[in-house]
Design a protein around this ligand. Structure first.
Ligand SMILES: [Zn+2]
Length: 75
């Protein structure tokens, strides 16, 4: 697979995702993603994005101010 923007190779990897919630920041580590080797754009699959949404919703409920979480421990 090639990146449509830079023509670089897309490979499976992980990324760290900072998410802003009302009063804080949730930092999700090790989120599975397709990473483009040249422009470093990151593409996250729909199913992964849905899980991220769930994690974020839970953090909102708990009124997290700052939290670092590993994706693999909650997915
Ligand atoms: Zn690219």
């Amino acid at each position: 697979m090639k990146c449509p923007v830079c023509g670089g190779t897309i490979k499976r990897g992980t990324t760290n995702l900072p998410v802003e919630i009302e009063k804080g920041v949730l930092f999700i580590k090790g989120v599975p993603a397709n990473v483009r080797t040249q422009c470093e754009e990151v593409f996250i699959a729909d199913e992964t994005a849905a899980l991220v949404e769930k994690i974020v919703a839970k953090a909102r409920e708990m009124k997290v101010e700052i939290e670092v979480i590993s994706f693999e421990t909650v997915a």
